[in-house]
Design a protein around this ligand. Structure first.
Ligand code: BG6
Length: 491
């Protein structure tokens, strides 16, 4: 099975926060892979920029160490790494003073005709300062784009402010708001599954679907990010962006094409159709949790409060929500979503449960007829599973059995599964916005999330404790079971 790699135009990628955690873990390894796969055209450069006073040589050493640490076994190739490091440069710049900006301009002027991308892998507090400096030092060419990482705000007001600040310097078509979930293979496959098959779309509505579940479970804890995480919590960190994007792709109408505006228009309609959850219904529709000490990934782990310096916090590390979409297609179909840290496993999946057959012709001895489920697995083992009722093979009369057609992409195609950032970083160069969030989408997502946050405050909704290594608080189980349904935990 071969895939075709189409080279992109020569580019200069300037990574602000170039010596930070995201560059080290994700951006540099992703760019290395794109080089190895032959996607770069020459001359192409990657320029790290941050406050640290590093030389080009020191930055190359940092990148080399990052590749050694984060590439998988067998992926580090001496010759490729040498070529990769040769395209790396570093400029120390200060977002809040003019230090370093002339040097950056001089370096970029060597490649005025190339695509120029500025990646802001920094705290959102300095997005505005950096954008302004880019503008003031005349670094914006016709071929310039800017990439911003989440969090885009911590509520609607701050998101509006952030979008305004960046919008003062860059046009919307130059702004790429990254949500790395949209770069995951299975997320794109969701569109292939829905829109490249005749099978599902006629059934994809309230007449045939009973409910949808979206789970993004993590086994990790804070990973040294307590400072950020404790001010955010699971709703802001995962639901406002990643999970709502998954929900949009699952629920949206069929766009007229894969054109970025067509796809994003449809996603926006879903966000705007989400039924409000506020102080009046927040306690019935949501559950907040926080992990206590327990066992995860094979060993004992601390509770959330013990990981925090202060030791007191009402921040949720788990959230479950019963969401509803108020439109014709989804009337009466709940979307149960849940996400959390220190859960029983690392699993992300979308589960579509179809309605029960309206009438059975089989007698009791045939056994229970289970509703069909389509499971779209994002991780760990990306793939698609469709459950079906069949006759149990062999004699003994008509006995029915629930079986699965299970396709793991890794074993079916025998290709390396690219990291989400690889696709997205190249889409920026290609100027393809389909898998990036438009300004109005981010704001509409906050419009739905804000009343939940406010509702929690007004209702004084406390976090429920759960033992690390389990599936979350018992209240989350009750949330779905009181509707006569269960979470899909057969993972
Ligand atoms: C990030 C969140 O956006 O996504 C993290 O800030 C989370 O808290 C991460 O761990 C999950 O990403 P993935 O790709 O590992 O599922």
């Amino acid at each position: 099975m071969s895939s075709q790699i189409i080279p992109v135009e020569p580019f200069d990628y300037v990574v602000f926060g170039g010596s930070g955690d995201l560059a080290e873990r994700k951006l540099l390894p992703a760019l290395y892979h794109r080089q190895v796969e032959g996607q770069f055209s020459e001359p192409t450069r990657i320029i790290g920029a941050s406050r640290s006073a590093l030389s080009n040589e020191e930055y190359r050493k940092f990148a080399d160490a990052a590749l050694k640490e984060h590439l998988k076994k067998g992926e580090y190739d001496e010759a490729e790494v040498k070529k990769f490091l040769a395209r790396l440069f570093y400029v120390p710049v200060d977002a809040r003073s003019d230090a370093g900006w002339d040097q950056l301009k001089k370096l970029l002027d060597e490649g005025k005709e190339r695509v120029r991308a500025f990646y802001l892998a920094v705290a959102p507090g300095i997005f505005g300062d950096i954008s302004q400096k880019i503008h003031d030092h005349k670094l914006i060419t016709k071929q310039t784009r800017i990439v911003v990482e989440k969090p885009i705000g911590r509520d609607l007001a701050s998101a509006l402010q952030l979008n305004d600040t960046i919008g003062k310097v860059f046009k919307e078509e130059q702004i790429f708001r990254i949500d790395h979930y949209l770069g995951k293979e299975t997320v794109q496959n969701l569109m292939a599954l829905r829109f490249a098959n005749a099978l599902y779309e006629p059934l994809w509505n309230a007449n045939h679907i009973d409910h949808v579940q979206i789970t993004v479970a993590e086994s990790v804890g804070l990973e040294g990010r307590a400072g950020y995480y404790d001010t955010a919590g699971a709703l802001r960190d995962m639901v406002q962006n990643h999970i709502l994007q998954l929900l949009c792709l699952t629920a949206m109408e069929i766009p007229s094409s894969m054109d970025s505006e067509a796809v994003r228009d449809e996603k926006l309609k879903v966000l705007r159709a989400l039924k409000p959850i506020d102080a009046s219904n927040v306690e019935q529709a949501t559950v907040r949790g926080q992990y206590r000490a327990g066992a995860s990934a094979g060993g004992p782990v601390k509770g959330y409060l013990d990981e925090l310096e202060g030791g007191v916090s009402n921040t949720e590390t788990f959230v479950a929500i019963k969401a509803e979409i108020g439109n014709w297609r989804w009337a009466g179909v709940p979307f149960y979503i849940r996400t959390g840290k220190r859960l029983a496993g690392r699993v992300s999946e979308i589960v579509i449960t179809f309605k029960h057959i309206p009438h059975t012709i089989f007698d009791q001895a045939a056994g229970r007829i289970v509703a069909n489920q389509l499971i779209i697995r994002l991780q760990p083992d990306e793939g698609v599973k469709q459950s079906l009722m069949i006759k149990d093979p062999g004699p003994g009369g008509m006995r029915l059995r629930n079986v699965s057609l299970d396709m793991s992409f890794a074993s079916a195609f025998n290709v390396r599964n690219p990291d989400a950032y690889e696709r997205l970083l190249m889409d920026v160069i290609r100027s393809n916005q389909t898998l990036f969030m438009r300004r109005d989408e981010v704001e509409a997502a906050w419009e739905w999330v804000d009343p939940i946050l406010k509702g929690w405050e007004e209702a004084g909704q406390q976090v429920q404790g759960y033992t690390a290594g389990t599936w979350g608080p018992s209240q989350a189980i009750a949330l779905i079971e009181r509707d006569g349904r269960t979470w899909h935990d057969d993972i």
